[in-house]
Design a protein around this ligand. Structure first.
Ligand code: MN
Ligand code: MN
Length: 299
C-alpha cells in the first residue's frame, strides 16, 4: 500500500470521489430501470448527462443516492466530524420530510421506524439486502480516514443500520469502505483487487458473478457484481462509468457507487469536463465543500 497521501493530494482524491458519486448518479438516472436493449434503442451508448429518465429529471439533477450522502455529510460536519447515530438519523428524517425526488422502500421503512420509535437501528432483517445504505456511505469513510479501521467500520455501519440491517449489505459496505480508503491513499486498480476484492469474494462467494451482470436490481449482490465488473474490466473513469450505467437496471445507484470508487482511484483530472459542466452547480459545490470539510475535520 502507498504511503499516506499529503493533505492536498488527499483532498483532491476526496473531491474526485464525491464528484464521481454525483456524476454517476446523474448519468445513470437517465436510464434507471431500462434494460440494456432499451438503452441501446433509445440512446445508442448512453454517455451524456441529460436528465430525463423515469423521474423526469432536469439536466444535471441528481437523485437520492447523492442527496442522502449530502445529508449524511452535513450531519457528520455538524457533529464536529463524528458519525453519531442520532444526528445522522435526524438528518435522514429531515431529508425525507423535504420530499426527495426518489426514495427506496427500505429507506422509507427504516426512517418511519426511527420517527415512530426513536431507535437509530432497524432490527436485523435477512431479506432487506438492498443497496440503499451502500450508495450513501462515502462521507462516513472520508470522516474516518485518520482513525483506525475499526472506527471506520463502526461509522459506516452506524449510518447503514438506521435503515438497512442485513449481513450482505454490511459485507458490501465494509468492502467498498476498505476499497475507498485504499484508493484515496493512492492504490492502483490491480492493487485494489489483490488487497480488497479478492479476499472479499473469497469470504463472500455469493458476490462472484458467473456471467456479465446486466440489468442489475437494487439487491446489493446484483449491484456489487455490476460495479466490480465495470471497475475491473476498464481502466479509466469515463469508460468505467459508461460501462456500468449502460447495463441499465438500478443504473443511478451502480453509477453512484462505481463513481465514488473510480473517482478516488483515478483522481480529479480524470473526471470528464463535459460531465462536470452538466452537473447541477449547487450539487457540485456541496460535494466539493463536504469532501474538503470531512477530510479536514478528520486531520
Ligand atoms: Mn436514486
Ligand atoms: Mn437507484
Amino acid at each position: 500500500m502507498s504511503p499516506p497521501a499529503e493533505p492536498e493530494r488527499l483532498a483532491s482524491r476526496a473531491r474526485a470521489s464525491y464528484l464521481g458519486l454525483a456524476l454517476g448518479d446523474a448519468l445513470g438516472a437517465t436510464v434507471e430501470f431500462m434494460t440494456p436493449e432499451e438503452i441501446r434503442a433509445t440512446h445508442g451508448i448512453h454517455q451524456k448527462i441529460v436528465g430525463g429518465g423515469w423521474l423526469r429529471l432536469k439536466l444535471g439533477q441528481v437523485t437520492d443516492d447523492t442527496t442522502m450522502a449530502l445529508a449524511l455529510g452535513e450531519a457528520i460536519l455538524g457533529a464536529g466530524g463524528r458519525v453519531e447515530a442520532q444526528a445522522v438519523a435526524q438528518a435522514f428524517d429531515a431529508w425525507m420530510r423535504a420530499k426527495p425526488v426518489d426514495i427506496g422502500n427500505t429507506v422509507r421503512r427504516g426512517l418511519l421506524h426511527y420517527r415512530h420509535s426513536g431507535q437509530t437501528q432497524v432490527p436485523l432483517d435477512e431479506h432487506a439486502a438492498g443497496n440503499g445504505a451502500l450508495m450513501r456511505m462515502l462521507p462516513a469513510v472520508l470522516a474516518t480516514l485518520n482513525e483506525d479501521e475499526t472506527e471506520m467500520q463502526r461509522a459506516c455501519l452506524v449510518q447503514a443500520h438506521i435503515t438497512h440491517h442485513n449481513p450482505l449489505s454490511d459485507a458490501a459496505i465494509l468492502c467498498v469502505a476498505r476499497m475507498l480508503r485504499r484508493a484515496l491513499a493512492g492504490e492502483d486498480l490491480p492493487g485494489l483487487y489483490a488487497a480488497e476484492v479478492l479476499p472479499f469474494l473469497q469470504a463472500h462467494p455469493v458476490f462472484v458473478a458467473r456471467k456479465r451482470e446486466e440489468n442489475p436490481s437494487g439487491y446489493v449482490v446484483d449491484t456489487m457484481r455490476a460495479v466490480l465488473q465495470a471497475l475491473f474490466d476498464n481502466h479509466d473513469f469515463e469508460t468505467t462509468l459508461i460501462d456500468v450505467v449502460n447495463r441499465g437496471g438500478d443504473a443511478d445507484t451502480t453509477g453512484a457507487i462505481t463513481g465514488m470508487i473510480a473517482g478516488a482511484l483515478y483522481g480529479e483530472a480524470a473526471l470528464p469536463a463535459r460531465w462536470l459542466r452538466a452537473l447541477d452547480p449547487g450539487v457540485r459545490e456541496r460535494c466539493v465543500k463536504q469532501a474538503e470539510g470531512l477530510v479536514r475535520a478528520d486531520t
